[in-house]
Design a protein. Sequence first.
Length: 569
Amino acid sequence: MKAVSTKIAATALTVFSTSVWAVDVPSIFYSNAPDWLENQIVIGELKQDETLVEGAVERWLAIAPNSPEAVFAKARWLVRNNQLQEAQALFGKLDKSTNSELVSAFGNYLSLHSTQQDQYNQALLLQRGGQNEAALELFEKLYGPHRPDISSELSYLGLKSTFPKYEQEVLESYEELNRRFPDVGEIRLGLARHLSRYGQEEEALAIYRELANDSRLGVFASTLWMNELQTQPMSEEWMETFELIASYHPENLSIQQQYETARQNWQREKTLRRDPIYRGKLAAFESVDQGQYNKSTLNALLAANRKYPNDPDTLVALGRYYYSTNDFQTSLDYFLTAQKLDDSPDLIDFYEAETRSVRFWQALDEARRSLGAQRYAQAMQQVDVAISFDPQQSFAYTIKGRIYLEQQEYTLAHQAVNKALTIEPSSSSAIQLWVQTYDPETGNRGEYEALNTLSPSQRAQIEAYAAEVEHLFVYDQLVASSELPESNEQFREQFRKVLESNAYLPWVKRNIAEQVLRLGNSRLADKVMTNAYQAHKDSEHTHAYVLYLSVKDAGEKRLMSLMPPRLSS
C-alpha cells in the first residue's frame, strides 16, 4: 500500500519529445458495416463471443454480399472457429484489385494462424513473460504496417504503451479507436491504462469510474480502479471510494478483500499520522512532487527512511531529490533499492523508465566532464553509453558533435549534430553547433553563410549567437580593408544591422568601432559606441566606451603631432 504515489508525471525525470504520429488502426476493416452491426462485431471479437460475431457477420453479408470487409470478417470468424481452409477459400475468391491494405491484412491474418503461427505464439509468450522489446520486434516483423483486426491492435498498443518513446503515438492511436468505436469498454480501458502509465491518473480514474458498474467489464474496471487508488495518497475520500467500488460488487471476493485491506491500511495510516516524523515525510513528498528540493525536504526524507525503512515511496522521493542535485549515482541507488522492494506490477515500467533516465544523464554528465578535461576518448565512450540508454535524446548527439569539434573532426561533428537536429529541429545547442561546423575552414564567414540557411524559427533559437557571428563577420571585413567599404551595398546592409543591434557585445562593438576609427570615420565609430552604451548603460559598456575614447584620443594626439606647426603671424 502506498501512502503517496510513486508515479512521476511526464514532466519529471524522463523527457519525451513531442511529435505528430500517423494513426494506424484497423478500423477500415470494419467501417463498411452498418453502424448497428459494426459495434456488435467489434465487441464480439474483443469478448470472444463467436455467436454474436457470427450473427452480425451473416446479416452484414446478407446486406452486402460482395463487401470485401464483410468477407474478411467472415474469414476471421472461420479461423477462430478452426475452419482455416474455408477462410483460405474465401481469400482465394477475393478480388485482389480491391483495397490493398485489406488484401494485405487478410493474407497476414491467415498467415498468422497457419504458416507463421509458431512465430506468432512465440511473440505472445515473449509478451506474457515480460520480454517486451523482443516481443515488439517480433510482432512488428509479423504484422508489418497494419494489425489485421481489433483484438491484435489492442494487444499491440498495450505492448507498445510500455515504451516511453511511443507515448504520444500510442495515445493518438487509442484516441482514434475511441472516436471510431465509441462506448467499446475494452478500448476505453486500454486508453485509461495508457493515461495512468504516463501521469494522467485523473483522466484514467474518470474512465474506471464510468465503467465500474458495467455489466460486462465492471469487475475488471473496478479492479483497475482499485489498483490505481493503491498509488494515490490515502485520505477519507480515498477510503470512501473503496467503499463505493465494493458496493458495486458485493459478491466478488477479490474486490471485497481489496476493500478490507484498504480499510486496515487506512486505520494504520491514521495512527502513523500522529507521528511528526511521518507527517514530515508526507510534507516532503508533496514538496518533491512540486519540484521543490531543499535541505529541510532532504532531512525529513532521511529521518523517515531511518524510522520507516524499506518504504519504496521514501526511496523514490530520495532518488528524485538526488537527481535534482545531479548526484546521479546516489539517485540511481535509491531507485534500484525501491524497485527491489516494490511489489506492484503496475510500476515496473515506471522504475525502468526512471533508472534508464538517471543512467542516461549520469553517462552524459561524465561525457561533459571528460570533454572539459580534454579526455576525448573517455568522453566519446560515455556519450555512446548515454545514447544506448536513450537514442532519442538530441542533446547526446550534440555533445558527441562537440567532442568531434574539439578534435577538429569537422565532418563527423557535422554528422552528429545533423542527427541531433533530426530528432529535435528546434534545439538551440544543436543549431549553434550546426552553424559552427557548417564550413569551419572559413571561420566567421562560414558561420555567417550558415546563418542564412536557417529557417526564421531556428535562427530565433540562437538569436544572441547569431548576432555575435554577424558582428564578427563585419569586424573581419573591416580588419581586411584599407578603407571603409562604403560602396559595397552588401557590406553597408551588414554594417547597418550591426549598428542598430542591441546585442550585448560591448567588446566586439569596441573592436568594430576602433577599426572604423582606423579607416578614418570617427563620426561612425562614435555612433557604434554611443548606440551600444545607450542600449545597456552598464559597467561593461562604460568600460569599453572609456577604452575606446582613450584609443581615439591617443590617435588624435598622434595625428596632431604629425601636422606641421602653424606659422606665427
